[in-house]
Design a protein around this ligand. Structure first.
Ligand code: URA
Length: 220
């Protein structure tokens, strides 16, 4: 039986392209160079899907042949925030799509010595005026939700960012992570490419792809 997923603000884009890319990414035999290559392709698709969730207005333009009813996405007051280090990989895909986007960084690390692997906050830096911006929060793996919740706590408490202006982009999540986010921050929109089965006892996503940062940055 598939696990019950409950999150009030969840977007799972349907993309045939992503399934092929995930087959490469998840494969234990994919080496670091290939992992990075396929991850960049997958994250570019995810970045576009997350950007599409920013506020937008209907807009009609003219093609050389006639009118087209399209949409104008508000990308002017946007800050892309990465949770270091895996988030940096996704952040770069967002910056390829929006080269002038403002950038924020948050460093939170899991306490590897403890069984619960609770998050520890170390550092943050945001651009001036971030309290008036829409946020694209980047972290490829939403596992327990501990790091994401600590990052959102920091953005709200230290920088006065509004919860309903945060879009959290990740490529793989699981019911535990979605549940944790729904309990603490239901206003935060989550854009994810895959919802996996759950967590193992080491808090890795199953089947997942292993440690995203280690595979992307070749620190295995
Ligand atoms: N972070 C990862 O990189 N992988 C997981 O499975 C969970 C968290």
């Amino acid at each position: 039986m598939s696990p019950k997923i409950s999150h009030p603000n969840l977007v799972v884009p349907h993309s045939k392209a992503l399934r092929g890319l995930f087959t490469k990414l998840r494969d234990v035999n994919t080496n670091c160079q290939d992992f990075t290559f396929y991850a960049k392709r997958a994250m570019r698709i995810l970045a576009e899907e997350a950007i599409a969730e920013l506020p937008s207005k209907e807009k009609t333009i003219n093609t050389p042949i006639g009118p087209y009813n399209g949409v104008d996405i508000e990308v002017e007051k946007v800050c892309a925030v990465s949770i270091i280090r895996s988030g940096d990989a996704l952040l770069e895909s967002v910056r390829e799509c929006l080269p002038s986007v403002a950038v924020g960084k948050i460093l939170i690390q899991r306490n590897e010595a403890s069984k619960e692997k609770e998050p520890i906050f170390y550092y943050s830096k945001m651009p001036p005026g971030v309290e008036d911006m829409h946020i694209l929060l980047c972290d490829p793996m939403l596992a327990t939700g501990g790091s994401a919740k600590a990052a959102i706590d920091c953005m709200i408490e230290k920088y006065n960012i509004k919860k309903d202006r945060i879009i959290f982009a990740n490529i793989i999540t699981c019911p535990e992570g979605l549940q944790a986010m729904a309990e603490s921050y239901p206003e935060v929109k989550i854009v994810t490419a895959c919802i996996d089965e759950g967590l193992n006892e080491d808090k890795y996503i199953v089947p997942g792809l292993g440690d995203y940062g280690d595979r992307f940055f070749n620190t295995m």
